[in-house]
Design a protein around this ligand. Sequence first.
Ligand code: ATP
Length: 187
Amino acid sequence: MKADRIGLFGGTFDPPHFGHVAALKAAVATKQFDYIEVTVAGDPYQKSSSVQLHSADVRLKMAHAAFDGIEGVRVSDREIKRNGPSYTIETVRELLNDAEHVDLLIGADLSSQLDSWHESVLLRSLVKVGVIPRPGGEEDLPLGWNAYLVPMDPVDLSSTFIREAANLNENLQDLVPDPVIPIFEGR
Ligand code: ATP
């Protein structure tokens, strides 16, 4: 039987951090989803040229370590298994085989970028967008999209900040879930 509504939370997750954890818990707390799928990007085409990333397998392991304990959340490798760039529209098409409705869950920083995503016009017709407040973008909803705000106190954290902290040998304990640290550090 098809699920009614799935939330899709995609990302690079290099590394997953407490901002992601808070976002997922806030989305689960809305109680509108059969489950939320966390999709780890294989080849994130809008990022791949500028940032040196951990391999997809390592990022998948970190995502499992960070999110497996959250009830109602499933970590997926579907974008890693797919060859080529990670296009959200492809994932949405696949998820619509499993559910009547798919909500795209994004941090508010991405609201202004949605129109540049692959096949954005089609994507806009297929999903509702749940926007997670994030410092910087705060509570920006994407114009022209069927969008709503997920209630949450913003968490001022990014993977970029954590990679920089790690480069300075700073303690990551308050930034990412404990089991993520040895994987991220390659231990
Ligand atoms: P980077 O710093 O490398 O760009 P990131 O911290 O934005 O990474 P991603 O893996 O790119 O993390 O993000 C996955 C999803 O999580 C995106 O929708 C992003 O907007 C959202 N997100 C990331 N950090 C937060 C946060 N602190 N609060 C709310 N949403 C967040």
